[in-house]
Design a protein around this ligand. Structure first.
Ligand code: FAD
Length: 342
């Protein structure tokens, strides 16, 4: 029988992120002995919030030194939690914090690690198997391993977050002996765009994909890039949707064409971009195969607005294609959304 340890770090306010609860949900579905391992400045509130999860044990590494993401302290804490739990399977949300340390911790414990896992199941013929996508998200494989401990970083948005009753969890404190070098890195601050300027929102209900058409000459023979930017930002502001882009649109700045200033390569979806997961997607002024075939393959409900009724990718990959001018459609959508909000 497997001993399944779920590794979670608590957020600055002491809570657990949705991705941590998704990892807990996946771990629970495997059966076996469940152990929760928490790290953070103070882990009691987080443990109590998931007290009803059925864990055999709650292990905690706490203290201000463990509040910030840092390889030395995170790896030492994870190693100590794995040893204390005698874990055979270790499941962690694929946050940048865990992704950075899991392979190192697996090495210290003689285990193996897999990242970018999109599903875990105990129902395969040889015990636990994980699913992972290859060749730019075009082929899905199921992997199994005999080596233990097996570290699994689970991508966010791939499973149900655990829901259940809170209570008062009894935490067993795990003591970590830190080497002299473990704390030599300190985080002096975080530089990030203001939240209203941040256009990539992994937890948003809608992904809005903008294509290069927004910057092309329109029926009056002119480009309307400034207006395009205003329309897109207004829609994002009203819906809190996440913004994706085609490669052509983000590449335009390098070609000296008028561009949308808030768009960067980080927004790009597709074969050489991201493949985000959102319940709904709306693609506008976008023709390319890669954004349609790969970029939004994990979007559940897909709609597109394109002037071109023969756009094979929009037609082939969207559930609904509106053959229309995206400027007109989105102006109207924004007006309707504005009315609903006021
Ligand atoms: C190896 C490789 C990897 C690639 N990887 C990626 C990738 O990861 N992601 C990616 O996006 N691309 C990728 N590409 C590029 C891709 O093939 C396309 O060139 C690109 O996606 C096209 O971008 P687009 O659809 O925005 O622009 P365009 O092809 O210029 O299409 C613009 C569309 O806007 C429509 N339009 C114009 N005005 C309006 C209007 N007013 N209302 C409605 N519709 C309008 C037009 O009808 C047209 O369909 C890759 C290419 C290669 C070779």
């Amino acid at each position: 029988m497997e001993t399944v340890l779920v590794l979670m770090h608590v957020e600055a306010d002491g809570s657990l992120a949705k991705s941590a609860l998704e990892a807990l949900g996946a771990a629970k579905s495997l059966g076996g002995t469940l152990v929760v391992g928490l790290i953070g400045a103070n882990v009691q509130a987080a443990a109590s919030a998931i007290a009803g999860c059925g864990a055999a044990k709650f292990l905690g590494v706490s203290g201000t030194v463990f509040s910030q993401a840092r390889y030395g302290t995170d790896a030492a804490a994870a190693e100590a939690l794995c040893r204390a739990a005698k874990a055979t399977l270790v499941i962690a949300p694929a946050t940048s914090r865990w992704n950075r340390v899991l392979s190192g911790v697996a090495h210290r414990l003689g285990g193996r690690s897999d990242t970018h896992v999109t599903g875990i199941s105990a129902a395969t013929t040889q015990g636990v198997g994980v699913t992972r996508w290859y060749y730019r998200q075009r082929m899905e494989a199921v992997l199994q391993r005999t080596q233990r401990p097996w570290f699994i970083a689970l991508e966010s948005g791939c499973g149900e977050a655990w829901k259940g009753s809170a209570g008062t969890a009894k935490i067993e404190a795990v003591v970590v002996t830190l080497s002299e070098t473990a704390t030599r890195t300190s985080v002096s601050g975080v530089k990030a765009p203001a939240s209203d300027q941040q256009t990539i929102r992994p937890d948003a209900k809608i992904l809005f994909v903008a294509g290069a058409g927004w910057t092309k000459k329109q029926s009056d023979g002119q480009t309307h890039t400034d207006e395009a930017g205003e329309i897109i930002l207004k829609f994002l502001g009203l819906t809190k949707a996440s913004l994706g882009s085609s490669k052509s649109l983000v590449d335009l700045s390098g070609e000296g064409q008028s561009v949308l200033p808030f768009m960067s390569h980080l927004n790009q979806v597709g074969q050489t971009g991201a493949t985000p997961r959102h319940p709904k997607g709306l693609s506008t002024c976008c023709h390319g195969e890669e954004p349609h075939a790969v970029g939004w393959r994990f979007i559940s409900e897909r709609r597109a607005v394109n002037l071109d009724p023969n756009c094979g990718w929009a037609r082939g990959k969207a559930d609904v294609l509106y053959v229309a001018d995206a400027f007109e459609v989105m102006r109207k959508v924004n007006a309707l959304l504005g009315t609903t909000k006021t």
